[in-house]
Design a protein around this ligand. Sequence first.
Ligand code: SF4
Length: 573
Amino acid sequence: MEERDVMPVDVLFVGGGVACLSGALHLANLIKAHNEKIEKVGDGKKLDEIMIAVLEKGAYVGSHGISGAVMDPGPLKTLIPDFLEQGAPLEGEVTKEGVYLLTKNGKIKSPITPPPLNNHGNYVISLSRFTEWLGQKVEESGVDIFPGFAGTEVLYEGDKVIGVRTGDKGIGPDGEKKSNFEPGIDLQAKVTVFGEGSRGSLTKTLIDKFQLDQGKNPQSYVVGVKEVWEVPEGRMDSGEVIHTLGYPHSSRTYGGGFVYGMKDNRISLGLLTGLDYEDPFLDPHREFQKFKLHPLIADLIKDGKMVQYGAKTAPVGGYFSIPRLVMDGGILIGDSAALFISQKLKGIHAAMTSGINAAESIFEAFLKDDFSSSQLEGYQRSLLESPVGREIYKTRNFHQLFQKGLWSALFWGGIQYLLGGRIIRGRLAAAPDFSHLKTVKDHYGTDKPSEEQKGDIKFDGERTFDKETDVYYSGTTHEEQQPAHLKIEDLDICYTKCKEEYQNPCQRFCPANVYEMEVDEETGKQNMKLNFSNCVHCKTCDVKDPYEIIAWVPPRFKVPWFTPALARLDRHS
Ligand code: SF4
């Protein structure tokens, strides 16, 4: 048994994204205001020396965020009312927007901006810069942030969550301890708040252990593949927003494109692909490359330069896929709580709101010295009754409507939105994303579809890039001498059933070329090569693998990853 350091804190936020940072900051502010009030009136119980800590797996807060997002500033106004005066790094207020339906070479501009996509009053932000700034505000409020530490295991006392264990460091590729071995530490807390982002590895174990998803729809996800480009002056105003539907997706594939204008002639563009797609040869990265070749986008990036790449999943199952959010000593927030408004393509304000609501509930729990699930339940109630909760409820069946195709979703989704969700009140069923994938034979009617059928394109290295080139621009680096953080339960399935039925779709759905099936020419022996250091941590493989044998876990990095070079570019530009 390894001897480990134990570090007690009062409240532990697992994850350094906007949900946890908002929660930590709001809690620190509530405690400060409470103590000041008690001091002033000279009566009541002060909450002294409550230690709040945030664990961030990246090298610094903000290192995971990919540039370019639209943020509703509502929760930010609650947290930092004078955020403009305090220099919040905003790329521009949205004053100009367009929604287009794309065909392969044509476009139809919507005469009005559909209400769910109306972003007037919102801000385009670089998520990495914004998160880094918010992290500074959190530290200034007295919260301790521990960057470079990932929670790898939940700690329990009976059925009560009491913290997390961080990963051991200095483990070799075969699991052997190296000379620089350091056991992870046990961070114990009265309340542990999980805001690990989409498909969090600890959240998955909590959902299983406490059956938090009982009676709920299975979760659905999109993967967003995106790049940031520097373009010639005047191409797009900062704060300008474009959304697209249609090409390159077929009407059976959920998703759409976006382009956001940022400061200094940078634009952020990306394509969301619903992971409930059927085609085993669909490759979200390749579809994004095709998106850039559409004349609407090609004109925007002409003579420009790609400077950053990333990919990320987001939960889009909606209201009926939200798990129970509390347990004894534990709370789920942000993407870990599946709080994303897919009809609006927005999750940042929902994540921040969940952090704020969680903080209020935790504050009450400290006043009563009760951290049980029944006390923390107030969080789930207040969240679902908040404007964000009502928005999520109003659009509750949006993703399920898409399973009948784009046109049905636009028609019924629009009516539902306008009537506040009154037409289809109950829950429409959903199936897990991986179960939608068809075998090659079923989808194409042959085991050998042509390049054209599969939709392959050649990358030109100017506007379109292969995965290796894109990964280089993600700035991702992992120490090579560590165990792979993608766990494949049974490689035999890869070499037999998966190869025969789906022709190893991991090679296509991973946007970072992590999975490569090699065949030795002489022996004919197959080998699944895992280029794990390419991984951009999108979690697509954890969601889409048709046999559910791939699990993503946090790497045991010793060196900073998502490096610095690109993040610096983003931070100081
Ligand atoms: Fe995403 Fe999985 Fe590929 Fe990593 S290995 S980039 S998590 S699909």
